[in-house]
Design a protein around this ligand. Structure first.
Ligand code: AMP
Length: 434
């Protein structure tokens, strides 16, 4: 028994010397980074308001089957990247890897089609994908997304792309570019897929193992591959735009005409297919020069509703990766939300003053005056130093004598000038000065 205890102690000692770390690819957002996140959320809300979108929040957990059907069983996300919560096999829950399919689930569940259409919804929140972490790629990341549900007119594709560029302009991003393509509909894609398989038939030995599999299950997915050998082959591959059916070709032509009408520049990217099965027709991504990752991406998903068992509900949307936007803001010296410094610093000297401090702080907080303090410090010198560090305009000094006389000293931290006021007047006196 005694021996066992020693062993246990040894194990627990070893554990406590090693500090816990956040899970791989998942990060704490410390206070230094919060102003960037807040800025993006504020701009997102402003854009949502101007474009008349309403907010929607969906749970972080959803049924695995939603993503299997919507994003596709052969997609990287479903095949390799979902974090599952152990449960009953036929009702397995996963941490959501993206936001669009859950919103369509919610739209169908709550019969949101009964409201006037199109329904414009936006969301913001954490997403989870078990990826190999690298620059701009995490296992927990945040997306800000906008969806227009119940509209198949190409003018809405243009509106979403306008919103996409507008949001980045509002964040003061310069030199951004939209890459756009059309991946047609299930009808025209059938013929195209055959051509693609034919093209790759005698090149199988060059393709990576994943792409050989993709070619058999969902040939379009070969365009998602970043493997160098596969990249080379993509360049000569037949392109979807040459194989669109008449309605899809017409739809895409109109989207481009609306973009030209504004005008809003774009780059045609024939190999842009996006890694999620629910997309059809228009797909696009937005980039910022100097960064080789997309800041956001989106497209049309007219069949998603049917994939989830509902009626046909045409829709188009976009989602941004917030961490990637933050990265650009930092590199380009774009400010986040400006955090106001405290206006005053309360200094207390002695037990009675400390007791009284809580009431004075209550009054200052109640009046909305941002106040700092160092209540664990006792000396005047240490507290004045702390006040200096916080770069406050005024320090309030409450000592033994002041408590007895019900007064408090207001010290102007710039000039060093000091004045004495009645404690019950201090809030008004500070308000006058700030
Ligand atoms: P998607 O949902 O794959 O269409 O991605 C939309 C946007 O989310 C991308 O353009 C990225 O900005 C961002 N994003 C996607 N995956 C990640 C990830 N693993 N880490 C960080 N951002 C991501």
């Amino acid at each position: 028994m005694a021996v066992k205890k020693t062993k246990e102690r040894k194990v627990s000692k070893k554990k406590t010397t090693q500090l816990f770390q956040s899970p791989k690819g998942m990060h704490d957002i410390l206070s230094n980074d919060q102003p960037f996140f807040l800025k993006i959320r504020q701009v997102g809300e402003k854009i949502a308001d101007v474009y008349n979108f309403s907010k929607i929040d969906t749970p972080i957990l959803e049924q695995r089957a939603i993503f299997e059907r919507a994003v596709g069983e052969s997609s990287e996300i479903v095949e390799k990247q979902m974090f599952a919560i152990k449960g009953k096999q036929d009702n397995e829950l996963v941490l959501r890897p993206e936001g669009t399919a859950p919103i369509m689930r919610s739209y169908l569940q709550h019969s949101l089609g009964h409201f006037s259409q199109p329904l414009k919804l936006f969301y913001e929140g954490p997403m989870f994908r078990h990826e190999q972490p690298q620059a701009g790629r995490f296992r927990q990341f945040h997306q800000l997304g906008f969806e227009i549900i119940g509209a198949d007119d190409p003018i809405y594709d243009a509106q979403i792309i306008l919103l996409t560029t507008n949001l980045l302009e509002e964040l003061k991003f310069k030199k951004t570019s939209i890459q756009i393509n059309s991946i047609g509909c299930p009808n025209c894609r059938q013929g195209y897929k055959k051509k693609l398989v034919n093209y790759y038939r005698d090149k199988q030995s060059v393709l990576c193992a994943d792409c050989r599999k993709r070619l058999a299950i969902n040939p379009l997915r070969v365009f998602d591959c970043k493997n160098e050998r596969c990249e080379g082959l993509k360049k000569e591959a037949p392109i979807m735009l040459d194989n669109l059916c008449h309605p899809c070709s017409n739809h895409f032509k109109l989207v481009l005409e609306y973009l030209d009408e504004m005008p809003l520049p774009y780059i045609l990217n024939f190999s842009l297919v996006r890694g999620l099965d629910y997309y059809n027709r228009t797909v696009f991504e937005i980039f910022s020069d100097e960064f080789n990752f997309a800041l956001g991406g989106g497209g049309r998903y007219d069949y998603l509703s049917q994939m989830l068992g509902g009626p046909k509900v045409p829709a188009v949307g976009v989602s941004f990766g917030i961490e990637r936007l933050v990265e650009v803001m930092k590199v380009k010296n774009i400010e986040g939300v400006i955090v106001k410094k405290p206006k005053v610093f309360l200094i207390q000297l002695g037990n009675q003053a400390k007791r009284k401090s809580i009431k004075i702080l209550k009054a200052l907080y109640g009046a909305g005056i941002k106040t700092a303090e160092a209540l664990e410090k006792d000396s005047l010198k240490a507290q004045l130093k702390a006040a200096d560090k916080k770069r406050v305009d005024f320090a309030l000094i409450l000592g033994q004598r002041e408590v007895l006389e019900d007064i408090i000293i207001i010290r102007d931290m710039k000039t060093g000038a000091q004045e004495t006021v009645a404690i019950n007047k201090v809030v008004d006196e500070i308000k006058k000065r700030i």
